[in-house]
Design a protein around this ligand. Structure first.
Ligand SMILES: [Zn+2]
Length: 148
């Protein structure tokens, strides 16, 4: 039989998709035909290359890391939000407690009142300053941040 009969079967032979009889016939032909053997080698190399390409494609591990990175970022953001929220609640309560204890109690010495008031004003000034700087920085670009 001629090569034309076998060439369409070579890919199937490589993928082991032929019947036993077809496979035997192809093998017999390959033993005496250099041309078809060379073509089968080419197919084999092509198959190798496509398999290697598949390894380069993002695999499950890549996507696992991708999602765990996103999860980590969300986790950290949520942590910061909770932390800020907690400190705001405690600060507000502390402020309320200090005002109630120090300013409504007539027995507290005026110097302590002045000291506490100064502390509160200082704390609030710092807080406002930090918040304004944050707000300003987030609006300005990276170049301005480097200049500072
Ligand atoms: Zn041949």
């Amino acid at each position: 039989m001629s090569c034309d009969t076998f060439k369409p079967l070579l890919m199937g032979y490589l993928d082991e998709e032929l019947t036993a009889l077809e496979a035997v016939r192809v093998e017999q032909h390959l033993e005496e035909c250099h041309d078809c053997t060379a073509e089968l080698d080419d197919f084999r190399k092509l198959k190798e290359v496509t398999r290697n390409m598949r390894v380069v494609m993002p695999d499950d591990k890549y996507w696992d890391e991708y999602w765990s990175n996103i999860y980590n970022r969300l986790e950290r953001k949520a942590g910061w939000i909770l932390l800020s929220l907690g400190s705001i609640i405690l600060s507000a309560y502390g402020l309320y407690w200090v005002i109630a204890e120090v300013f409504l109690d007539k027995n507290v010495h005026p110097v302590i009142r002045i000291g506490v008031l100064t502390l509160i004003v200082g704390f609030c000034t710092l807080l406002v300053s930090v918040l304004r700087e944050r707000f300003f920085l987030s609006k300005s670009d990276k170049y301005e941040r480097i200049k500072r």
